[in-house]
Unconditional design. Structure first.
Length: 239
């Protein structure tokens, strides 16, 4: 397992690349990445530095770890954002909502069938002891919507393929995106799960994500951060 907390400092995310080193410039946004569950899913505590108000993105499990990250950041949680409905991304969403009282936003309603069977999925993976629960978002999201936390505004991009309801959160001013399992450093999301569609996934990446700009840094659902420019030139699945 990775370290419980990885602070988003320039040094931590200086990426080896055929391009110049990529250092995310995020004057208003700060984040802690919390790998959770046996799948090492990247739950993120994201906050507005000016207001200290936060969103927790994809609280997949290990709620005590997430709560320690929130305490370390010294922030108040106003939102819970989900990129898609797979169990490793949403397993602790209901429990976190009960603890902090924040509404759950996202994903797209195409993942309703996944969110209605979170507990079943947990049992299938032998995670029933983790207390994962089904969750119904307070707000379903669609392409073109926006979500806010503090002074940060994120655009919502519906990017189906890994799952029918996958969404990406993009902050234009910070050049920062949270892409769930749509795109990874050197890879792309799997499409062999229910509702997956390989061609649709590639379309989502090529028509919605790469055009955001080479300078856009992104946090994936698993593994290290990367940048759109790096993936455009070096990701073997995008050639």
């Amino acid at each position: 397992m990775q370290n419980v907390l990885r602070e988003a400092t320039p040094e931590a995310f200086r990426l080896p690349s055929p391009l110049d080193p990529i250092v995310p410039a995020m004057p208003k946004a700060k984040l802690l990445i919390v790998p959770v569950t046996p799948f090492a899913q990247n739950c993120t505590v994201l906050w507005c530095e000016a207001t200290k108000r936060a969103a927790v993105i994809d609280p997949g499990g290990d709620l005590p770890k997430i709560e320690r990250a929130i305490a370390q950041a010294g922030v108040g949680v106003d939102k819970i954002w989900l990129t898609h409905g797979h169990v490793d991304h949403v397993g602790a969403a209901a429990a976190l909502k009960a603890r902090v009282g924040a509404p759950v936003e996202g994903p797209h309603e195409g993942d309703r069938f996944l969110l209605q069977h979170v507990a079943d999925s947990a049992r299938a993976f032998g995670l029933e002891a983790a207390g994962f629960a089904n969750v119904t978002p307070d707000r379903w999201l669609d392409d073109g919507d926006t979500v806010e936390v503090g002074e940060l505004v994120f655009e919502v991009l519906h990017c189906p393929g890994h799952s029918p309801g996958s969404v990406v959160y993009f902050c234009r001013s910070e050049r920062l995106a949270f892409v769930g399992d749509v795109l990874f450093a050197g890879s792309i999301g799997r499409t062999d799960l229910p509702g997956g569609d390989h061609r649709q996934l590639l379309t989502s990446i090529k028509e919605k994500l790469l055009p955001l700009g080479d300078d856009v840094t992104f946090v994936s659902g698993h593994g290290p951060m990367s940048a759109m420019g790096r993936e455009r030139v070096s990701n073997p699945f995008l050639r």
